[in-house]
Write a protein that binds this ligand. Structure first.
Ligand code: NAG
Ligand code: NAG
Ligand code: NAG
Ligand code: NAG
Ligand code: NAG
Ligand code: NAG
Length: 608
């Protein structure tokens, strides 16, 4: 139309139309491209009425190691001793700062009078006379337990005898050595005595008394007196101070903080042991898991539970671990889920274990359980019901989303398990610690040549401590990129409980040869029943799909082309045909012209 336009007005009109359409087309095409490049996705939620596969359940005792067995490990013995001392000191400090002396009520009247100034003595405290260097003032003396008699100067002090309690390590009261004399008294179970019998029974125990106060201490005259400077000298040698510092107890006075630190130290010390040592000093499978049913049928405890040695909880056992044997509940409700009766051996609990019970984690078979992070605790003496619901997620990988396909990344510290975000963070942190401290955090596994940090090495501990503190700092240089896995199962749990066992239940657990009533009490302290089941036999599937793919974009582009310029693939073909025909015509024209010239030359016999 432009070519055939009869006058300038027609021409201009057509030019304006053409450019207008071209602009509109380019504009639309650009917006389509932008839309495509956004890589939008849509999430589809379906409810599937199908039996969901039963997840793996990992069960641990809250107490990691058996008290009597683990004390054979020398490092643990040292840690527990130091822990004991630090706890005692903290208790003394808290006693002194907290409240007046009248707060303390002692059962025995006599003890109350003697300990009036010093606060509480525990029911197991036991007095004994001990020799020390003192500074005395009018009969009353104050002991200097670190002073050594041979080294003191003339007026540095006098020798005295104090009433000493090893547990609270408190020498009080003290009197000059010469004030004490041998006699016989009536004594109570704390070795606290009085000269005259109070209830008429005979005063027949050997004891030491003095004239200043009506106060005596039981003492076998043949025995040597305890020397306090030796007792305390032996308590904190330089080496010990270093150990306390390395263990991080230095300056801690809060008991909860001390327990937390002690737990950490036990994890550190045990990580230096071989795995089978750790396994042997923790609770064994048949001791922890007493009875079990799944789907209403008894399970095979030996075969169905797999051991995992966890740094925090010791031996843990995973139910439904075998990937080639999928299990599923036949119906919803507690009767058709997993029911386990567990025995936690409360008298074997370490002094650092605060709570009594079970730790349970619900996870996918391929995932590492992480009982310390994702677990739920269940108490003893209760039946704990965990009702589950499952959600299966499938996410789109790049370029649409940002997830890890196949559950694989290079270097993942939980080598036999598939990728998870928590594992990725731990791997990332462990890599950083190994890089900067030369040793790995014992709470997490190490791979390759690296080894765990040593518990008594102050430098390594300090380095690790600083790195851990650095994590809490928002300006820290530690950055970790941990994406979600592309395929993931999420279990949401609701919890309820009821008292167990009932009075009428006649069950045996462990070995109890006592009266039924006492046995029931024993079970209540040591037994925990766990139920894990599906609340409904359906599950949600959340899947992502691309919202705007290549095909859709092509279709839209074609639509725009057609709309604004009437171009389609057929039109394009016509153009191609036209150009081919034109080319053919041009070539033919030149060829015939050349032929004619050549014929004329030959006829005229002209040379070339
Ligand atoms: C305790 O004795 C040591 C050594 O003789 C001395 O250095 C220290 O000052 C004494 N402490 C007190 C509180 O008298
Ligand atoms: C008590 O008797 C013992 C043994 O007979 C003796 O060694 C000790 O010096 C006596 N103690 C006092 C304070 O007299
Ligand atoms: C652990 O116990 C097993 C079985 O009782 C035994 O064979 C193994 O030698 C023990 N290991 C250690 C280090 O005590
Ligand atoms: C898993 O189950 C299969 C088939 O029953 C069995 O052959 C295999 O030994 C089991 N694996 C483990 C680790 O128990
Ligand atoms: C591990 O140690 C061995 C021998 O000490 C060494 O040859 C190897 O290169 C080390 N590997 C790594 C990854 O550091
Ligand atoms: C419990 O069972 C034992 C035998 O196993 C029986 O002697 C006892 O009477 C039963 N107790 C109750 C309360 O049923």
């Amino acid at each position: 139309m432009l070519g055939q336009a009869p006058n300038i007005i027609y021409k201009i009109a057509w030019i304006v139309l053409l450019t207008g359409c071209l602009c509109m087309f380019l504009l639309q095409a650009a917006s389509l491209l932008i839309k495509y490049q956004r890589m939008d996705k849509i999430t589809d939620i379906q409810l599937k009425f199908d039996t969901a596969p039963f997840p793996a359940i990992t069960l641990c005792n809250l107490n990691p190691y058996m008290n009597t067995l683990v004390r054979d490990v020398e490092k643990i013995r040292i840690i527990l001793n130091v822990y004991n001392d630090v706890m005692n000191n903290a208790a003394k400090l808290n006693d002194k700062s907290g409240g007046s002396d009248e707060d303390y009520e002692e059962e025995e009247e006599e003890v109350e009078t003697t300990t009036k100034r010093r606060g509480k003595r525990s029911p197991s405290s036991n007095f004994e006379p001990a020799l020390s260097v003192c500074t005395c003032d009018e009969g009353e003396c104050v002991a200097n337990v670190t002073a050594i008699p041979e080294e003191i100067s003339e007026d540095g002090g006098t020798m005295c005898i104090c009433s000493f309690d090893r547990e609270s390590q408190d020498p009080w009261p003290c009197y000059r050595k010469d004030d004490w004399y041998n006699t016989t008294c009536q004594c109570n179970e704390h070795s606290f005595c009085s000269k005259e019998s109070t209830d008429g029974s005979a005063a027949n125990k050997p004891c030491l008394c003095q004239n200043n106060d009506p106060f005596c201490v039981e003492h076998d005259h043949a025995k040597l007196l305890l020397n306090l400077w030796e007792f305390f000298g032996r308590q904190i040698p330089e080496e010990m101070k270093k150990i306390i510092e390395a263990l991080g107890f230095d300056g801690l006075t809060d008991e909860v903080a001390i327990v937390t630190k002690a737990k950490e130290n036990i994890i550190f010390a045990m990580s230096e042991m071989a795995e089978d040592v750790r396994r042997n000093v923790s609770i064994q499978k048949h001791e922890l898991i007493q009875k079990c049913t799944f789907n209403g049928k008894p399970c095979n405890i030996e075969k169905d539970f797999k051991l995992i040695v966890d740094p925090t909880f010791g031996n843990c056992f995973t139910f439904n671990h075998n990937k080639s044997e999928p299990m599923s509940s036949i119906r919803a409700g507690p009767m058709y889920g997993l029911r386990v009766l567990m025995y936690i051996a409360a008298d074997e609990y370490l002094p650092t274990t605060e709570a009594v019970g079970i730790r349970m984690t619900i996870h996918d078979k391929d995932d590492f359980p992480f009982p310390d992070t994702f677990g739920y605790s269940a108490p003893t003496g209760y039946i704990s019901s965990f009702g589950m619901n499952m959600k299966a997620m499938s996410r789109l990988a790049a370029p649409y989303g940002d997830c890890v396909p196949d559950g694989k990344t290079e270097s993942y510290i939980y080598e036999d398990y598939v990728y998870s975000t928590e594992g990725c963070y731990r791997t990332c942190f462990q890599d950083m610690v190994i890089d900067q401290c030369g040793c790995g955090d014992p709470r997490f596994p190490v791979i390759g040549n690296a080894s765990h940090c040593f518990v008594f090495d102050p430098e390594q501990r300090k380095c690790l401590e600083d790195r851990t503190k650095d994590l809490g700092n928002i300006h820290s240089s530690f950055k970790c990129r941990c994406q979600q896995p592309c395929k993931q199962k999420v279990f949401t749990v609701s919890y309820s409980e009821a008292i167990w066992p009932s009075q009428s239940l006649n069950i045996t657990l462990g070995s109890c040869t006592l009266e039924p009533d006492q046995c029931n009490e024993h079970y209540q302290e040591n037994g925990a029943m766990i139920e894990v089941f599906y609340e409904a036999l359906n599950f949600e599937v959340l899947s992502e799909s691309e919202a705007y793919g290549v095909i859709k974009m092509m279709a839209d582009l074609g639509g725009q082309l057609g709309l604004w310029s009437g171009i389609s693939v057929i039109t394009c073909c016509e153009f191609v045909c036209l150009s081919c025909e034109l080319l053919y015509m041009v070539l033919m024209h030149h060829y015939t012209a050349y032929k004619r010239k050549a014929w004329e030359r030959r006829r005229n016999n002209e040379p070339w």
